[in-house]
Write a protein that binds this ligand. Structure first.
Ligand SMILES: Nc1nc2c(ncn2[C@@H]2O[C@H](COP(=O)(O)OP(=O)(O)OP(=O)(O)O)[C@@H](O)[C@H]2O)c(=O)[nH]1
Ligand SMILES: [Mg+2]
Length: 362
């Protein structure tokens, strides 16, 4: 079994890229599976892989490294269920230090395996070039510490969302990243593109045959913990219900636009607001990240009906209680405008606990 660990800041495109790679492998009759990971348990990513019929298991309650035993038993569960040849492990979007706490311990455990564990770190090409150019990103210093540490330990850095910048800017991004990350492999990537997925898989094959061990990261755990907990999280499920069929797309646009406006007005660093919505047989995943002005609108399909369910995972630079209030207030306002009711369940508002890896190989 090949294991590919996929890290990078929340919203950088890990899930999208993994899904494309799984589709590409499926086309070659190679079975792939995914381990998703987050501190919470009502996860959009897991539900999304299920919906896309990609076998997925989740490690909840903290990073893979802090829940290493659970991670190993989930891997076994996946192996028993579908015997995957390839497994992608999507790390939590604020997790770092993966070489020392996951790659090395796993390689030790699987010392007879033909393929070594790989680590790819994703970054939004627009944000990473801003950062490499010395410009401020929309996050504070604690979160930026994690951002920098994540990139620092990558053997392979993916400058993702290349389709959102011009070819000239893409070339510039590549040049900046090559000089900013000496010794690393750097690729421009479009996570939706099948050819890009194939190229990534080829690169991963090469990395899994490496002879030289990867370097563990130098990291200050107190700063890492502060960075992780600067990104508040809210997971919830909202159900909008109306007595007669209504324009549910209009309702969604109203809700997200209202919420987005509040987030921008309060200058909150938006990591990732992700939703899986369902009305009747229509489903969609919606994502809003830093730098996204309008892309989310196109992700909402036309929907009419009496009921819409939304599974929401919000990760942004604010207190969890504040995020929850913004989410619910905007939902209530949209529900009043659309003449419908809204109910909430399975809400968790939290920050990740202090990272305490079970094992760390220096
Ligand atoms: N245009 C474009 N959008 C992308 C690309 N990759 C991801 N996105 C969008 O960016 C948003 C975040 O993508 P995800 O794949 O969910 O990001 P993630 O890294 O898994 O996020 P977390 O799980 O929160 O850490 C979604 O709205 C995606 O549709 C890309 O290559 N091009
Ligand atoms: Mg994801």
């Amino acid at each position: 079994m090949q294991i590919h660990l996929v890290g990078g800041f929340t919203g950088s495109g890990k899930t999208t890229a993994i899904l494309s790679a799984c589709r590409s492998l499926a086309a070659r009759k190679v079975t792939a599976g995914v381990v998703t990971n987050d501190a919470g348990k009502y996860l959009v990513d897991t539900a999304y892989f299920d919906w896309q019929k990609v076998p997925a298991v989740q490690v909840t309650g903290g990073c893979v490294c802090c829940n290493y035993e659970e991670f190993l038993s989930r891997l076994e569960q996946l192996d028993r269920a579908v015997q995957p040849e390839v497994v992608f492990v999507e790390a939590d979007g604020t997790c770092a230090d993966l070489v020392a706490t996951v790659v090395k311990p796993l390689d030790e455990l699987r010392k007879n395996a033909a393929a070594k564990v790989t680590l790819t770190v994703f970054a939004d090409c627009r944000l990473v070039t801003q950062w490499l150019g010395g410009e401020a990103l929309p996050f504070g210093n604690p979160a930026m510490y994690v951002y920098g540490r994540q990139l620092d330990e990558a053997a392979l850095v993916m400058l993702n969302k290349r389709d959102l910048i011009s070819p000239d800017k893409a070339r510039l991004a590549l040049d900046m990243a090559r000089s900013g990350f000496p010794g690393k492999q750097v690729r421009l990537h479009n996570a939706f593109d099948a050819l890009n997925a194939d190229a990534w898989l080829e690169e991963l094959d090469g990395l899994s045959r490496r002879e030289t061990p990867m370097n563990s990261l130098l990291i200050d755990y107190a700063r890492y913990a502060a960075g992780e907990s600067s990104i508040g999280r809210v997971d919830t499920q909202l159900t909008f219900s109306a007595p007669t069929a209504i324009d549910l797309r209009g309702l969604m646009v109203d809700w997200i636009a209202g919420l987005n406006k509040e987030i921008r007005m309060r200058d909150i660093g938006l990591g990732h607001l992700k939703m899986l919505i369902q009305a009747g047989h229509t489903k969609a995943k919606i994502g809003l990240t830093a730098g996204d002005a309008a892309a989310w609108r196109a992700q909402i399909p036309d929907m009419h009906g009496k009921e819409l369910k939304a599974l929401v995972n919000a990760r942004m630079e604010a207190e969890p209680a504040v995020i929850h209030e913004l989410l619910v207030n905007a939902a209530n306002a949209a529900a009043v405008n659309a003449n419908c009711g809204v109910e909430e369940k399975d809400t968790e508002a939290y920050v990740p606990a202090y990272p305490k890896p079970k094992r760390r190989v220096p």
